[in-house]
Design a protein. Structure first.
Length: 451
């Protein structure tokens, strides 16, 4: 990184950043209070509120959102007449999954092979630290040249929409000229990237019933309609022979015009086993960023251990459908439910229930804020040019903010590059990425203020 005062300041702050991230990671802030104590999330929210107050933020508040969680808000006034920038992150995290699969404890930040491991280190507690680093660097080098609003969500991973609903009810609260969402990531470590599209999603629960109760498979198997077998057939209908998604009436031919993703790189990033092929057709970028993708998230059926010789009377599954920009998530959900119903065999009874939904997002990459970020990233990542990529995941809040503030420019950056393995065991963050992106964000705020 080329020497400049902001970069030097951020470098000097990295030991403090590591210590603070360790404190944040230690909170088991999973916003599923049937599995994790509410007190852990509340403690994380209070930690962030205290950190904002220590940086001179005013109007710091814990917002009780309609889904029963808390988001943290703060406002840092800038010079008179300055532009306003909203910085977003979230402090809730995914469950650690199989803790035995972690090399080190998931809620204990641990350094290994040049990376910091822990649940939320990249997604998205590291994003909170990134924002703090950027602001501290500016304060140490002449001051923050814009008004800054910070909002740190408490239930993003659950998809329950608490902050979206709160923002709709208080539309003035998050109003800004530009919004920086710190919940995305570089295409790879060291390659500065802004995410310009997000897929939307819908979650549908499907249930199939065939019998009044389970039956002995020896006495009735062969004629009695098996609900689990019917469900398997329905779920299989959602994919073509090559694995591509097939939902009746849903366009699956979109193409991506931008940064390309080689199959070799994807196989390495996804850790695809040797000899196992990728699914779908078109380029990898087409499949990830421009086309719908269905995933069966879970099936209710007896486990192998303890299974009895039974024909099953009932079975259900949770199905996720990601949809690209240009496809309405509500319409896609209707098509998915219709498809599941139409492909249920043997006259079995089928019920579907939508339990979650979020629209896709496309940013205006030609806006002035993008040029300010490109200039900032060129300094933070010497020799590299800012790239534009899509993201297969969903951040429903982006659409809410775009709807509330249509004139606002929205940029997505963050620490969730492929090596971070977010949502999986052994999630980690690259401290070099944290340092360089913090520099980029600080320089962006300066560039944007001067533009």
């Amino acid at each position: 990184m080329s020497s400049n005062p902001v970069a030097e300041t951020v470098a000097s702050l990295m030991p403090r950043a590591r210590a603070e991230l360790a404190e944040l990671v230690a909170f088991k802030s999973v916003a599923d209070f049937t599995q994790f104590p509410r007190s852990e999330s509340e403690a994380a929210a209070n930690w962030i509120a205290d950190a904002l107050r220590a940086e001179g933020f005013v109007d710091v508040a814990l917002l009780d959102t309609p889904d029963g969680t808390q988001s943290v808000y703060g406002y840092l006034p800038g010079p008179e007449g300055a532009k306003t920038v909203l910085l977003y992150a979230h402090y809730d995290v995914q469950p650690p999954l199989d803790e035995a699969g972690w090399t080190t404890p998931p809620f204990e930040l641990t350094e290994r092979d040049g990376r910091w491991y822990g649940r939320g280190a990249a997604d998205c507690k590291g994003g909170v630290i990134m924002h703090l680093l950027a602001l501290r660097a500016l304060k140490a080098n002449g001051g923050v040249p814009v008004n800054v609003k910070v909002i740190v969500e408490g239930s993003e991973e659950q998809g329950t929409g608490g902050l979206e609903r709160y923002a709709e009810e208080h539309p003035e609260l998050l109003a800004a000229d530009t919004i920086v969402v710190g919940d995305a990531g570089n295409f790879r470590v060291g390659l500065p990237t802004v995410t310009t599209t997000l897929r939307g999603m819908t979650l549908v629960r499907v249930r199939i019933d065939t019998l009044a109760g389970n039956l002995h498979s020896g006495q009735f198997g062969g004629a009695a309609p098996d609900a689990l077998a019917a469900l398997i057939r329905v779920l299989d209908s959602l994919r073509a022979e090559n694995g591509s998604t097939t939902v009746d009436g849903l366009d699956t031919t979109g193409t991506w015009d931008g940064l390309e993703y080689t199959e070799e790189q994807f196989r390495a990033d996804a850790k695809v086993l040797d000899g196992v092929g990728l699914i779908g057709d078109g380029s990898v970028a087409d499949r990830l960023w421009a086309r719908p993708a269905v995933t069966v998230l879970g099936i209710d059926c007896p486990p192998v251990v303890g299974a009895t010789p039974s024909v099953h009377s009932s079975a259900r599954a949770l199905v996720s459908l990601r949809v690209p920009p240009g496809v309405d998530a509500a319409e896609a959900s209707k098509l998915l439910e219709a498809h599941l119903t139409a492909h249920t065999p043997w006259g079995a009874r089928v019920t579907t229930e939508q339990i979650g939904q979020g629209q896709a997002f496309r940013a205006d990459a030609a806006s002035p804020a993008y040029q300010a970020m490109a200039d900032a990233m060129a300094v933070a990542y010497p020799g590299e040019t800012m790239q534009y990529a899509g993201e297969g995941g969903s951040i429903p809040l982006c659409n809410t903010l775009a709807g509330l503030y249509p004139q606002a420019e929205i940029l997505l950056i963050g620490l969730s590059e492929p090596e971070a393995q977010i949502h999986a065991v052994n999630e980690s963050v690259s401290p070099a990425e944290l340092e360089q992106l913090s520099v980029a964000e600080a320089l962006f705020l300066s560039n944007y203020a001067a533009g």
